[in-house]
Write a protein that binds this ligand. Structure first.
Ligand code: 5GP
Length: 209
């Protein structure tokens, strides 16, 4: 018996440490496919097109929406971000786990389309820690930091629509928790590909999400 790939969404306020946790998780679990989003945001210093994001114009982004190429999309901090559908579908079809690092608006859209997606909310240990991390990373202006802290309050309202909350006290601990979630999710009966010898047991699987 083996389990199908898992579509895991990681959301949380800017400054929660999503990027760091994702990178650390991928080091431990190199088989996970990290989805690369399209965005209309301008690249930050050091960001590479096709590695961090696909940096596209507003027109191109609209074309992608119109062509149904995005699994989900949302406006975040005045820019558009979206997940290319095909690469996600292809990876899942290969049986790979897929990780989306996206905002809460996107996370909820994913859950509507893929009921079996696992939504994880990454939370800093406190509000003070969130503000400290946003200021400390030195990538954004004071106005941008204020905007992100304000938006964090809105995002937190979505926390109870997520499947799991992981508190990011230490990266290693958060990564270990995410690994445990993946292990547990793979044990769900809906995901198990059972040996054919179990025959019509599989009839009970219909509509079980
Ligand atoms: P940043 O500009 O700091 O890279 O990302 C800003 C926010 O956009 C983060 O909360 C990030 O999770 C979110 N984001 C990145 N890619 C996507 C995406 O494809 N879809 C959605 N809905 N949000 C995204």
């Amino acid at each position: 018996m083996r389990s199908e790939g898992i579509l895991m969404v990681l959301s949380g306020p800017s400054g929660a440490g999503k990027g760091t946790v994702c990178r650390a998780l991928l080091e431990k679990e190199p088989g996970i496919h990290l989805s690369i989003s399209a965005t209309t945001r301008k690249p930050r210093a050091g960001e590479v097109d096709g590695v961090n994001y696909f940096f596209v114009s507003r027109e191109k982004f609209q074309q992608m929406i119109d062509a149904g190429e995005l699994l989900e999309w949302a406006e975040v901090y005045g820019n558009y971000y979206g997940t290319p559908l095909k690469t996600v579908e292809d990876a899942l079809a290969r049986g790979e786990d897929v990780l989306l690092e996206i905002d809460v608006q996107g996370g909820l859209q994913v859950k509507k389309k893929f009921h079996s997606a696992v939504l994880v909310f990454l939370l800093p240990p406190s509000r003070a820690a969130l503000a400290e991390r946003l200021t400390g990373r030195g990538t954004d202006s004071i106005e941008e930091i204020q905007r992100r802290l304000h938006w964090a309050n809105t995002e937190l309202q979505f926390l109870f629509r997520y499947d799991y909350v992981v508190i990011n006290r230490h990266v290693e601990e958060a990564v270990a928790t995410l690994q445990s979630i993946l292990v547990a999710e793979k044990c769900r009966p809906q995901r198990i590909k059972m040996d054919e010898s179990w025959g019509n047991l599989m009839d009970f699987k219909e509509n079980s999400w």
